[in-house]
Design a protein around this ligand. Structure first.
Ligand code: THU
Length: 144
């Protein structure tokens, strides 16, 4: 990964988690999305009293970046867990967030870093977490 280390990105995800608005689930998630140009876009989950309008941290980060004109991404770090829980488990992105990643990221090279702590994390490609995903390229192919 260029410029920023994976550990640096994990730290920024922890920082983003502090802003989580999760009064219903009390499950607080933070994400830090690294763009190819080195910029980082953070996001937290934002819940809603009507439940379905809630947004995951990962999508907040993506929409934050895309709305600033950035669409080329290298990696995302994600941290999540119940408020006040000391030790965190890894927080894999939900299916909807994986599909949003599929829209903007190369499945074979985009890295998804799932962290339990600043130093304990595992990194996966989008291909590993969303095998045979449907993306923009599928709409380009001519019918057989
Ligand atoms: N959530 C995320 O923000 N990201 C994930 O990867 C999993 C789930 C949020 C959605 C909701 O606000 C809360 O965590 C509980 O599902």
């Amino acid at each position: 990964m260029n410029r920023l280390t994976e550990e640096g990105l994990v730290l920024l995800a922890f920082e983003a988690r502090k802003k989580a608005y999760a009064p219903y689930s009390h499950f607080q998630v933070g994400a830090a999305l690294l763009a190819a140009d080195g910029q980082v876009f953070q996001g937290c989950n934002i819940e809603n009293a009507a439940y379905t309008p809630s947004n995951c941290a990962e999508r907040t980060a993506f929409f934050n970046a895309v709305s600033e004109g950035v669409r080329d991404f290298t990696a995302i770090a994600i941290v999540g867990g119940k408020k006040g829980q000391g030790e965190l488990s890894c927080c894999p992105p939900c299916g909807v967030c994986r599909q949003v990643m599929m829209e903007f990221c190369r499945p074979d090279s985009f890295r998804i870093i799932l962290a339990k702590s600043r130093t304990e994390y595992k990194s996966y490609t989008l291909d590993e977490l969303l095998p045979m995903g449907f993306g923009p390229e599928n709409l380009q192919k001519s019918p057989e």
